[in-house]
Design a protein around this ligand. Structure first.
Ligand code: AMP
Length: 436
């Protein structure tokens, strides 16, 4: 394998022709979050390994099998973040944000790293948009987070979205549930995968999330957590559901959703589109802040994978904004004209127009071919004659129509008028009138 020209497995290059779509996704999701009062936070790409072991839980697949962990030159173990919540919780504690007016509401878009078997929709470096809300323990916060996830995806124009919610209870009601699960899985211990046999001792709920098909089949018949909720957890979950109904956010209760990370309590949820792995997952976490040495405040949040979102949006033919186009290409012949082309190009860019001129020393014919390839709206050729006359011809590329324009200072006003509903637009309108 040509190591120098091959990217590491499970990573992607995002090329200039694709990035406008990424920027659109990020912009749309972050601004929807801003409408809900969430401000963007950015945390380091790597953290102390202990943060994830403690925060995410060392019985999870993410921590036990998938982390990118290495020892740095100072002999410390650091890990590329496999998810956002632990690092953000750390940052909130470290920067004293949990002592301020609560709730604290933050959003993020960044890359995450998991050493997974790379396949379509599953990468080793991927990107998540997510939010976290700290300090609000009541069901209202759950409903707000669910609403934000739902509306964010709606705003992108996705169809056939399915929101599934579940409650996995609090440590009190979960103790009894764990007992029931252990009893159930104990009977089929020999059939479970090796990791799940370990989980049976440490955290039997993780077995419900195992990716092995055999464990999955056994898990399908396991006791349901909803049957073990205590009174408070049950009331909380019912209130979340009634808030969702009030806001007309469609959902189903799915007792199979337990979420892969250790810190969740009560509400957990996923949003998916049939035929794809989950687009968005989230839930409430009770003990995380305290476990990391911070105040005892609850958090709730979600994360959605941008690669998967884009994949589904493209499959569903969702609309994307047009990428920015070249307003004007100034072709030139000879050194003096090239200098004038460069001068005009620079000044027009200062005015906010996307303008290009030749960098390759090509012939005018080749420059015009390139202008076509760029999809330039207008073009103009400068040569000795144009410089002498102080005038050139501005060409509308789509129609081939040309119009004389003065060079020098007067050019700017002429071009500006042209761009804002000028002569070509009027001519096109008139032509349309005639053919109607
Ligand atoms: P999780 O933290 O595992 O619930 O992941 C939240 C979201 O991130 C998922 O719903 C996916 O959209 C996305 N995601 C998780 N792992 C990957 C991965 N390896 N590749 C691409 N997207 C992922």
């Amino acid at each position: 394998m040509a190591i120098l020209t091959t990217r590491p497995r499970g990573t992607n290059d995002f090329l200039p022709e694709q990035t406008p779509r990424w920027q659109y996704l990020e912009r749309t999701l972050l601004s929807t979050a801003a409408l809900y009062g969430f401000g963007e936070i950015r945390t380091p790409t790597f953290e102390h390994t202990e943060l994830f072991q403690r925060g995410v839980g060392d019985t999870t697949d993410v921590v036990s099998k998938e982390m990118y962990t290495f020892t740095d030159k100072g002999g410390r173990s650091v890990t590329l973040r496999p998810e956002g919540t632990a690092g953000i919780c750390r940052a909130a504690i470290e920067n004293g944000l949990l002592g301020d007016a609560l709730p604290l509401k933050v959003s993020y878009v960044f890359n995450c790293f998991r050493y997974e078997k790379a396949q379509r929709g599953r990468y080793r470096q991927f990107h998540q948009f997510g939010v976290e809300c700290y300090g609000a323990a009541g069901p209202q916060a759950d409903a707000e987070i669910l609403s934000l996830a739902w509306e964010g995806l709606q705003t992108l124009g996705l169809r056939e979205l399915q929101l599934s919610v579940n409650s996995i209870g609090c440590p009190a009601c979960r103790a009894e549930y764990h007992r029931a699960l252990r009893a159930y899985f104990e009977d089929r211990r020999e059939e479970l995968c090796e990791t799940c046999r370990e989980r049976l001792e440490k955290n039997p709920m993780r077995i419900l999330d195992c990716k092995s098909p055999v464990c999955g089949q056994i898990a399908a018949g396991a006791p349901r957590v909803l049957d073990y909720l205590c009174g408070d957890c049950r009331a909380h979950f019912e209130r979340v559901q009634s808030l969702l109904r009030a806001a007309k956010i469609p959902f189903t209760v799915d007792a199979g959703i337990v979420r892969g990370l250790d810190y969740y309590t009560r509400t957990v949820f996923e949003i998916s589109v049939p035929g794809f792995p989950a687009l968005c997952g989230g839930g409430r976490y009770g003990g995380l802040c305290r476990q990391l040495g911070g105040p005892d405040v609850e958090g709730i949040g979600f994360a959605m994978g941008l690669e998967r979102l884009l994949m589904v949006m493209e499959q569903q033919n969702c609309e994307f904004p047009q990428p920015p186009q070249c307003d004007l290409y100034i072709a030139s012949m000879g050194e003096a004209a090239a200098q004038e082309a460069f001068r005009l190009t620079t000044l027009l860019r200062r005015e906010g127009y996307a303008v290009e001129c030749d960098l390759m020393g090509r012939s005018v014919k080749a420059q015009m071919k390139y202008a076509n390839k760029l999809g330039a709206l207008y073009s103009m050729v400068l040569g000795e004659a144009e410089l002498e006359q102080g005038a050139a011809r501005l060409k509308q590329m789509a129609t081939g129509e040309e119009k004389p324009v003065p060079l020098g200072e007067a050019f700017f006003t002429a071009f500006e008028q042209e761009m804002h509903n000028g002569w070509f637009a009027a001519a096109a309108e008139a032509a349309e009138g005639l053919t109607r």
